[in-house]
Every structure is written in C-alpha cells, then in structure tokens.
Ligand binder design. Structure first.
Ligand code: GSH
Length: 202
C-alpha cells in the first residue's frame, strides 16, 4: 500500500493508523500546489479530486477520503482494535466521532488557513471551533482515549485536526482533559513514527 500525503495535513490520520496497524506501507509526499508527487507523477491522474490522503492499494485501486481510508486500514487488522467489528455498537459510536471530527472540526478549520475568507466569518469559525473543542473536552473527561480503553481511528483523526490549532493560534488552554489526551496521543510510538515520517519531529 502507498499513502499519498502532505506533511501535517489530514493525511496524517491514515498515516498514524497505518503505523498502529503494523501493515506494510510506503509514503509519497504530494505538492498540493503543483499537484505533483515527490516522484514527479501527476497526482490528478491518481486522484482527480487533487486532495490528500489517497491510498493506493496493491491491486492499483485508489481509495480516497480520510474517514473511508482509516476504516479500511483498521478492518485489515482487527486484532489491533482500532475499530470494533461490524454489528458492535462501539463501532458505530467510533464512526459517530469520525463523522463529527470530519464535518464539524476538519472542514470548518480550512477557512482559517485561507486568505480569501472575510475576517468576520473567520472569527465566527474560531468561536465555533473553540466551543466544539470545549464539548470534546467534556466528553474526554475521565477517559484514556475517545472510546475509553482502546485507542481507535477516532483518536488519530482528532489528534491530526487538533494539531492545526497551533498554527492558527486557536487558544485551547484550560481544556485540561483534552490537552492531557493530546499529550498521551503524541507519545504513542505510532504517532511519533508518523510525525517523523512526515518530517514533523526529529
Ligand atoms: N474530505 C477529504 C478532504 C481532503 C482535503 O481537503 N485534503 C486537503 C489537505 S488536509 C487537501 O488535499 N487540499 C488540497 C486542495 O484542496 O487543493 C478528506 O477528509 O479526506
């Protein structure tokens, strides 16, 4: 399997999950401006949406969309308990988190990275994101991971988008449960390996 990524982007989520899974994979970085890979391939021919992450499977199939990719990887290695089996309520509760993170946190965040967004809208997004992170903080209170005892794909995805708070100076101070959880995630060997693989950590 080959993961197409951009350092620190949403592709970090499947990158973490791949390391957690123990599956064999390689990574290829993509220049999102030129849409060319580090091997000078035309990324658009691989993923017409022009976005990372994209996961090229060994048979040539290309899977896109973070939420789909992390589930696919987790299901390839059920023993790692990154996602509960089909039919288990906890699976759907983890998917509830994945959808919330993708639609309520990841998508709105993009407005804060764009220069063509009116300041008023940007301010509104910042306040809404802070409110959502406060809600997440309350959910994590007293738990080791989002789903309790097991680190899941949802932790990988939340960690990835929470990393974006720093570059846009979104204050998350005082959210002790959330910040404690973030530190625990950051210490996981798979997370350290993914960050190193993207040149984000020595
Ligand atoms: N819905 C997609 C969104 C992917 C996405 O927006 N990726 C960003 C990086 S985080 C990207 O590649 N942007 C490049 C562009 O919009 O041209 C997912 O969750 O995988």
């Amino acid at each position: 399997m080959k993961l197409y990524f951009k350092a620190g982007a949403c592709s970090l989520s499947p990158h973490i999950v791949l390391h957690e899974s123990g599956l064999d994979f390689t990574v290829v970085s993509v220049d999102l401006k030129t849409k060319r890979t580090e091997q000078n391939e035309d990324f658009i021919t691989l993923n017409a949406k022009g976005k990372v992450p994209a996961l090229a499977l060994d048979d040539g199939t290309v899977l896109t969309e973070t939420v789909a990719i992390v589930q696919y990887i987790a299901d390839r290695k059920p023993d790692r308990q990154l996602l509960a089996p089909t039919g288990c309520l906890t699976r759907y509760q983890t998917l509830e988190w994945l959808n919330f993170i993708a639609t309520e946190i990841q998508e709105p965040f993009y407005a804060l990275f764009r220069s063509d967004v009116p300041d008023e809208y940007r301010l509104q997004v910042r306040e809404q994101l802070q409110q959502k992170f406060r809600w997440v903080n309350d959910q994590i209170e007293g738990k080791q991971w989002l789903m309790g005892l097991h680190f899941t794909v949802a932790d990988a995805c939340l960690f990835t988008v929470m990393r974006w708070a720093k570059p846009v100076e979104l204050a998350l101070s005082g959210l002790d449960a959330l910040n404690g959880w973030y530190e625990r995630v950051a210490e996981r060997p798979a997370v350290v390996a993914a960050l190193q693989g993207e040149g984000l950590k020595e």
